[in-house]
Design a protein around this ligand. Sequence first.
Ligand SMILES: [Zn+2]
Length: 305
Amino acid sequence: MKTVICTVAAFALLSALPAVAGPAAVAPAATPFHVGKLSLASISDARFEMPNDGKVFGVDAGPAAVADVLKAAHAPTDPIVLSVDALLVRDGARVVLIDTGLGPKAGGALMASLKLAGITPDQVTDVLITHVHPDHIGGLLDAGGQPAFPKARVRMSSADWTFLQGQADMAAMVKAIAPQVSAFEPGAQVTPSITAVAIPGHTPGHVGYQIVSGKDRLFDIGDTAHSSIISLAKPDWTMGFDGDAAAARTSRRATLTELAGDHERVFAPHFPYPGVGTIAASGDGFVWQPAKLTAAPAGKKKHKP
Ligand SMILES: [Zn+2]
């Protein structure tokens, strides 16, 4: 992935996510894998079940066209199910968590999943946020509204930190995390092995994270694509969660084209758990090729960070 220049767009009216059915609870799960010498784990948090009503997927195409795409992939046509997952990266002495799921108040399983990965909250040194929607930052606070990762620096783009601070209904969150926040400009190297990459459109400062170890790499795409089927088959369709639909559409096609061309491994927080795989070009769109990974057995705590 290459860094692209972020354009300022009209996000003033965008606040939190549009209302969706769900979220639904999931069993805790942690699925370990490697990128070069780095140990990673996909961390399960929750699941969204959304009606196929034309309000989120295929806003400009309609539910019947969305159903056709799902049918062609032999997937249920209603509701549309999305995972909500986070990514753990042990980067040398750093324990890095990319996104935090919905949080305990919404029933998120993130903390229990981290425990399966052998991580306690105070071991986390860096929390990297792809963007400030509730299903990515909800887990920054514990059930009592206090910082869930008290020893971590919380990293996000300057544009999204400004965006979050402008939302009245997020004032308690902003106040609680402000002492931990260290904002960056996209393109910044945020840990020894991880660089933030601007992917404009979904929020004012939406970023992906490029993780590199030796010749191996993986790209966390954040919310560049939400459905492993619809967003890939029809990347040009308008997506209701995108703050600037036109910019997001351009970013989505450019990012997917580059990832398919490179055959680079991808982590996608909303693709079917564990959300690790590669993207291949197919017709005028793309298809998801999930990696075959095995979840860590429940109750087994191994690695020390
Ligand atoms: Zn999301």
